[in-house]
Design a protein around this ligand. Structure first.
Ligand SMILES: NC(=O)c1ccc[n+]([C@@H]2O[C@H](COP(=O)([O-])OP(=O)(O)OC[C@H]3O[C@@H](n4cnc5c(N)ncnc54)[C@H](OP(=O)(O)O)[C@@H]3O)[C@@H](O)[C@H]2O)c1
Length: 266
């Protein structure tokens, strides 16, 4: 008789699942038997990936196209999921974007849009599904932050600040969930190969010349393992971990100068 997979009977909702880290996280969950709800804006890509993962891993998948950057979209998505009779055991808040450049020359809508997606939608969805997880004493939340969460980021100020929020919120939730059976992890990747850079316009910064980005699947696998262990925070990569741990020991102005230099165009 086939061994029961860890996630059988549970459903994972993954935002930003049409590509990159989100799609690979979805694959990690499907491999362990979790049914999936995949969310992003690109409906054709979502549907295609949902069908592929359903067939490959023998799980049920549902693709829901939604722009989570629209205010209230998190609530609407939660209502839509309930109306379909679906439950969410694990919430993977992965959808996010960054925009490089000085705050001065930025468009207000782009900056606020980052807060709406990276922060607001993440909180709305967590708030919607958290009580169900606590009542069931299982499942949890895997939030995708970034190594940007560990220091302020001149020339990408709002993105860094939004990820600092995600890290702080996740750690606090992790503590609140102690003893409940619910798990919380915050995945903090460093530079990763995906469409993120192209969308963020970070291609020509000094930071981008430091090393080769790792694959999104290696990040997803590490994040998935961390979640299963209820690891509070996972920073991917030895160098990223070392740098993040160094930050609290350096003068704040030194950190700001380094971050400014790294985010500057070549
Ligand atoms: N790549 C890196 O170097 C890196 C490093 C650290 C942290 N991260 C974080 O990792 C997460 C995933 O990024 P990635 O590297 O995989 O980037 P990506 O390839 O650009 O993927 C982003 C995903 O989010 C979805 N998305 C974007 N805007 C959305 C919106 N308004 N509503 C719903 N879905 C939306 C995209 O799909 P649609 O376009 O179809 O909507 C896509 O599925 C992000 O939170 C990012 O901040 C990335």
């Amino acid at each position: 008789m086939a061994r029961k997979r860890k996630g059988e009977g549970q459903t994972a909702l993954v935002t930003g699942a049409s590509g990159g880290i989100g799609l690979d996280l979805a694959e990690c969950f499907a491999k362990d038997g979790y049914n999936l709800i995949l969310v992003a804006r690109s409906e054709p890509a979502l549907k295609q990936e949902a069908a592929r993962l359903a067939q490959k891993y023998n799980v049920t998948t549902t693709a829901i196209a939604s722009d989570l950057g629209v205010q209230g979209a998190g609530h609407k998505l939660a209502d839509d999921i309930r109306a379909r009779g679906l439950a969410v055991d694990v919430l993977v808040n992965n959808a996010g974007y960054g925009i490089a450049g000085a705050f001065d020359s930025s468009k207000e809508s782009d900056q606020l849009g980052m807060i709406d997606l990276n922060v607001r939608a993440l909180v709305e969805l967590t708030h919607a599904f958290w009580p169900f997880m606590l009542a069931n004493k299982r499942g949890g939340v895997l939030n995708v932050a970034s190594t940007a969460a560990f220091q302020p980021g001149p020339l990408m100020a709002i993105y860094y600040a939004s990820k600092a929020f995600v890290l702080s919120f996740s750690e606090a939730l992790w503590r609140e969930a102690q003893g409940t059976g619910v798990q919380v992890s915050c995945l903090c990747p460093g530079p990763t190969a995906s469409k993120f850079r192209e969308r963020a316009g970070t291609g020509a910064t000094r930071l981008s010349t430091l090393g080769t980005p790792v694959t999104s699947m290696s990040v997803a696998k590490a994040g998935y393992r961390a979640f299963q262990k209820n690891q509070r925070v996972l920073i991917t990569g030895f160098r990223n971990r070392a740098l993040a741990r160094l930050v609290p020991y350096l003068p704040r102005t030194t950190i700001l100068n380094i971050a400014h230099r790294l985010q500057s165009p070549i």
